[in-house]
Design a protein around this ligand. Structure first.
Ligand code: 8YV
Length: 324
């Protein structure tokens, strides 16, 4: 008999078909308590779980006593209570490689659009304000050859460093848990402690995952260290930054501008003060959101679940130590 799984995200047809070759699939709209109640039998029998974004904690796991593997269509797995999964020896699979280049492209888009005010001036053109040659009130600041500080030198950090170094001639500073030889030899990146990076960078790019250790790592004190001309980019997770402190820093001119793909609360409230600030480019968590990459992530997550439920955890597994 095929193992049963819960799918909580719509998949392209061919990938959904691939899943049904291996599993008995119950597709549910979300993982909310009402849904779990409605599909109680399916949750009770599920050995696998596949989807993204929704929170998976011990309460949900208690409803899934047969669960052996969860597969998320994302690189980040902060939506999962990993300790609870480990305690129950449930494997967690993710998609760490397939989205790297696309997220790095998004980060460069945020760097360029916040420095050159692309969104703001395009809006002014649409409003009919371009009636004569533009003056300094339309100008931005240069990107090329400015110093770029990258916080978090994982795969995405490296891909950003590559673009910035070869494409824009930018000196690269980085902070990470360890020194990164590849970044230093290929892109002449220089390792810095966090405060020195914040002090010296013209652009600060944050690509850290969320964890208890990174919660509000960038707070009022850190914004105060940055140059008043600095542009801050967050493409990691919203709660790595104290959003209220960032709003104050942007309002008070402690930093020049921000380009943001992630927020403490997503979707961002329409009432967020961030949306009233002209020096903010806010996009709706589009880091990996291209047709090609989202397809690649979903395909990877499907294969990951097939692998995990067949005991293969050599790649893309967050907690291979719990494998049977
Ligand atoms: C995801 C992301 O696409 O992979 C991640 O960690 O942040 C995004 O690329 C998003 O979580 C929705 O699946």
């Amino acid at each position: 008999m095929k193992p049963s799984i819960i799918l909580y995200k719509a998949l392209p047809e061919d990938l959904a078909h691939r899943l049904t070759e291996h599993f008995t699939v119950t597709q549910v709209p979300n993982l909310q308590p009402e849904t779990v109640e409605q599909y109680a039998d399916a949750f009770a029998n599920a050995e696998g779980l596949l989807g993204s974004t929704e929170q998976v904690g011990s309460e949900l796991l208690a409803k899934m006593p047969k669960l052996r593997a969860a597969s998320t269509i994302s690189v980040g797995y902060d939506a999962f209570d990993v300790d609870a999964l480990n305690a129950k020896k449930i494997l967690l699979m993710h998609t760490p490689t397939v989205l790297t280049e696309t997220v790095a492209d998004t980060i460069m888009a945020l760097v360029l659009s916040s420095a050159r005010r692309v969104v703001e001036v395009a809006e002014r053109v649409k409003k009919g304000e371009w009636t004569k040659g533009i003056g300094p009130d339309w100008f931005g600041v240069d990107v090329h050859h400015k110093t770029l500080g990258i916080i978090g030198m994982g795969r995405i950090g490296l891909a950003v460093a590559q673009r910035a170094h070869f494409g824009f001639g930018m000196p690269i500073l980085y902070n990470a848990r360890r020194q990164h030889e590849e970044a230093e030899t290929r892109f002449q990146a220089r390792y810095c402690d966090l405060d020195s990076l914040l002090k010296e960078s013209d652009f600060v790019v944050l690509v850290l995952p969320y964890s208890e250790q990174t919660h509000h790592l960038i707070n009022a004190e850190k914004f105060a260290i940055m140059k008043s001309s600095a542009i801050f980019i967050n493409a990691g997770r919203g709660a790595v930054v104290d959003e209220n402190a960032m709003i104050d820093a942007l309002k008070n001119g402690e930093i020049h501008a921000a380009g943001l793909d992630v927020f403490e609360q997503e979707p961002l409230s329409v009432d967020s003060p961030l949306l009233t600030l002209p020096n903010v480019v806010a996009v709706p968590h589009i880091g990996s959101a291209t047709h090609e990459t989202r397809y690649g992530m979903a395909a990877c997550a499907v294969e990951n679940l097939i692998d995990a439920l067949n005991g293969r955890v050599e790649k893309n597994c967050v907690n291979p130590q719990v494998a049977p």
